[in-house]
Design a protein around this ligand. Structure first.
Ligand code: ZN
Length: 407
């Protein structure tokens, strides 16, 4: 891969993603597969004025050994060293960059029950710190190729060729070959316009229908707003949380969803693939679910806590999106969620409530935003998906037709 193209991608992640302000710290979480590229990102962050870039290397499969060899008690403990790190983030508010190349099968064979139990046990300690940074600082997720991931996406290619092809796909999805910053500014503005239109409709219910059996109605919060592409912190710093992104999303009203929805792509969840699955909702809650493959993981996911069985996000992405047009299945939510419409189970977004920066956590919850330790996107978009908006004034507006925008 040409260095000049990688440099453009590194600049994009630093500027549009993290957007560090002069003197701000940055925490950079990254895999070990692309150290040279990580170096470029670090340099760009410093050039933008970062005070200190804290680098945290990680390798996902290490988690397998932790789960296997630690006692459940140890695995469930947040050590003082780890808690100090959480406190540091809540106090200092560094920007955060996640630069991953997760192996879709990286946690195959792990003891799911033990791993989930430890996550549930640690969550109450982690939650206050997580709440403290929510909405107050920039964060961004982007990806770089890893060997196992590349082989999963391009199974018939040699390793080096597969890596090269995954780089190409990532750079194309991130619009790197145009003037990336200008391309992203235009793209952000386009998604913002769609969000404004959708918010202006004052939707009460979204009705989803597809020939694969999906037939679901989802209620909206009274003071909802659609969001997408660019976010703004409490202090007014703009950033792109996901590179790439194609979605306009909203958090639905907790407790108002009825019907059935079928997934249209496999879900890579905690290092394993859940395939051919569906959820049936009653009063906003999943009351029945099934997966043909890795059903155990699916059932675990929706019972992680009380909110895990409720929706946190409805996202609109046209089926003819650039990522879907590649025809690739990335086995990675960052990409696959931008290929077509999706929902997420679990935690909802405060920024989908009007005036959220002035509202307390309790007020956000009272508005109807679901709380949970999980937020898991799953794809439901199909070539014939129809979405009709039932608006507060009684109007019905077709917003999606044949899998794409109807306006
Ligand atoms: Zn989403």
């Amino acid at each position: 891969m040409q260095k000049t193209r990688l440099r453009k991608y590194a600049k994009l992640i630093a500027k549009m993603g993290a957007n560090p302000q002069k003197g701000q710290d940055v925490i950079l979480n990254c895999g070990i597969e692309q150290p040279e590229f990580v170096g470029m990102v670090v340099e760009e962050l410093y050039k933008l004025g970062a005070r200190k870039v804290h680098i945290k290397w990680n390798e996902m499969t290490m988690q397998k050994y932790h789960v296997k060899y630690q006692s459940l008690k140890t695995l469930s403990t947040v050590d003082s060293y780890e808690e100090a790190e959480l406190k540091f983030s809540a106090d200092v508010l560094p920007a955060r960059v996640m630069l991953g190349s997760p192996n879709p099968d990286g946690l195959k064979g792990v003891n799911v029950a033990k791993m989930s139990k430890s996550q549930q046990a640690k969550f109450p300690i982690i939650k206050p710190y997580r709440d403290a940074i929510d909405g107050t600082t920039q964060w961004t997720i982007a990806a770089v190729p890893g060997k196992a991931w590349a082989k999963k996406v391009f199974p018939n290619e040699r390793s080096s060729k597969a890596m090269e092809m995954l780089w190409e796909a990532i750079l194309a999805a991130a619009r790197v070959d145009e003037d990336p910053i200008a391309a992203w500014e235009a793209h952000n503005a386009d998604i913002q316009r769609r969000c404004e239109y959708l918010t202006g409709l004052n939707i009460e219910t979204l009705e989803y229908k597809s020939s694969n059996g999906t037939d679901l109605r989802v209620g909206m919060m009274k003071d909802h707003q659609f969001a997408g592409a660019v976010e703004v912190t409490k202090s007014g710093v703009a950033f792109n949380p996901n590179i790439p992104t194609e979605e306009a999303f909203v958090t639905p009203m907790r407790g108002v969803a009825d019907g059935i929805v079928y997934a249209s792509k496999p879900l890579s969840y905690q290092g394993a693939l859940i395939e051919d699955f569906w959820f049936r909702f009653e009063d906003g809650k999943v009351v029945e679910a099934h997966a043909e493959k890795n059903d155990e993981r699916l059932q675990k996911m929706i019972t992680m806590d009380e909110g895990a069985a409720y929706l946190g996000e409805c996202a609109l992405v046209p089926f003819d999106s650039p990522i879907n047009k590649t025809g690739l299945l990335f086995y990675n939510t960052l990409f696959d969620e931008n290929a077509c419409c999706h929902f997420a189970l679990g935690r909802g977004f405060a920024e989908c409530v009007k005036g959220h920066h002035e509202k307390s956590r309790e007020e956000i919850k009272a508005a109807g935003v679901n709380e949970s330790m999980i937020h898991v996107d799953f794809m439901i978009g199909t070539a014939d998906l129809s979405i009709v908006a039932h608006c507060a004034d009684g109007k019905k507006v077709q917003i999606f037709e044949n899998g794409t925008w109807a306006f």
